[in-house]
Design a protein. Sequence first.
Lengths: 322, 291
Amino acid sequence: MRESFFPEFDWYTVFVQPWSEYGVNSFWIVLMGFLVSGTCGLVGCFVVLRRMALVGDAISHSLLPGITLAFLLTNSRDTLPMMLGAIVAGVATVALIEAIRYSSRIKPDAAIGIVFSSLFAVGVILITAFADKVDLDAECVLYGELGFIPLQDVAMFGGMEIGPEPAIRMAIIALIAIVLLIAFFKELLVTSFDAGLAASLGINPTRYQYGLTLFLSIVIVSSFESVGVVLVIAMIIFPGATAMLLTDRLPTTLWLATLISALYALLGFHLATWLNASIAGGMTVIAGLIFGIVWAVAPNRGLIAKFAKRAPESERIALDAA
Amino acid sequence: MKTIRQSRSIDPTIDNPMQEPPQSNQSAKAIAPLEIHDLTVAYTKRPVLYGIDLEVPQGSIVGVIGPNGAGKSTLIKAVMGLLPVASGWIKVFGKPFKKAVTRVGYVPQRESVDWDFPVNALDVVLMGRYGRLGPFKRPSKADKEIAMACLEKVKMEDYAKRQISNLSGGQQQRVFLARALAQESDLYLMDEPFVGVDASTEAAIIDILRELQSQGKTLIVVHHDLTTAPEYFDRILLLNMRVVAFGKTEDVFNFENLQKAYGGRLSILSEVALTRARKKFEGDTRENVSE
């Protein structure tokens, strides 16, 4: 008898059991997944609009040498040195890309490729050469694993347990992202749409470009434990890109991106449970599926809508010809 | 003492009523909307503009004309501080640009933005108000009303809620113009506003330029069409990395200057335009020249 490639799909074990038997654990994992994909998605809307998607990918890869160096220098896995290492790496990546672009004939895409692959390779060398000294699991850095997030480290606030530390930390980053977004909405909008106009209005586009890059580095370093440096770019690009197929307004795009990223966390978790696979992988596969569906059926901009719109036109041409 | 106070005031009406108007007129005239001295702008050490000296008088419509790569857009971008200045200085209403931002309106080239951006026409016009809002402030209801009125001015009120990629080229340019109107500035910098627009939009734009001029505003317009230039602008700046000529259209727009600016690149078509333009100006003085 031929064994099925996929494990058998059983409604109970895939959708009910995780909640009935491991309810609290599942809740924190899904919430953590949502906090990661939601924060990445919100920041990602602007990354996509500003055509910085590849730069985001470069930053996420350059985190590997950044955090490895930070670890070698401080010999600790505390948040602060990791964060600083990542930010330095992120800023260095962007500065190097810009330097190559401006001082040579190399085009931006090639400059991005050169910078991120060489920095990433430095990270690989560091992490393998000092494997005995570096208490970083290369696999974990690359792919992340929501299931292994230490939920037993409980954050305390005013003597009360408020939840697992990683989730609380991510929630704080998410909150900062939302506050910054509300505070600087019009500046982000105008610098993304028309840098020249922004400058003529006295809003410095370069400042917001660097601010966004900096915050993107912070978001990526906070997310890599959960989804890894390779897949984090999916969480950055997919929500915004999918939402933009559905709406014509930026505020709606941001709401939809948040909603969509919640679906990634929930459905990705169940997909991973069913296949007994990586949750980050599951979330990304769901992200790809949702994008595919929206791309096909979105009103006005979807493939089907475009095809339907074209039909009457060709009929008209046929009529004209007749 | 008196003269110092006068030269500081921009608006003669807020001056001491005891003082005589002619003198305050003099001081208002002294503060040019745009003054450029010995400006050099370079991209990676290769100069694109050099030795630019310019004083644009208030209330003029200046056409900036020159061949491709003459630095027309560069000049506008340098005025707004978008490009580093290698030497020289630029003053806008007697101040550095950063201190006069609210007095400058800008219309960028249409292809400089991504028209798929998730904003509608009204959102774009509303951006013109952002310079007047402080940090953390959102556009108010009054700002929205002003934006809507500006859309009406360019006859685009029916398209306010339409996503900008669903507008024609002419309509997009009108939205940009409405946004510049919403900036309520005194000096407008426009980068090729007539490119790729239909005839009715071109006429609508020129009407608005004239209206702005009649309100005492100053306009600097990058333009490439030599046939319409003498008709649209009362002053011409002929640019080819340096200032070839700058002055009243009838003094500057002649064959010699254009040849200096365009060199061998003057196409047959533009030569035809030139001959026409020359006839237009010289016809007044030399009678019976035509036929």
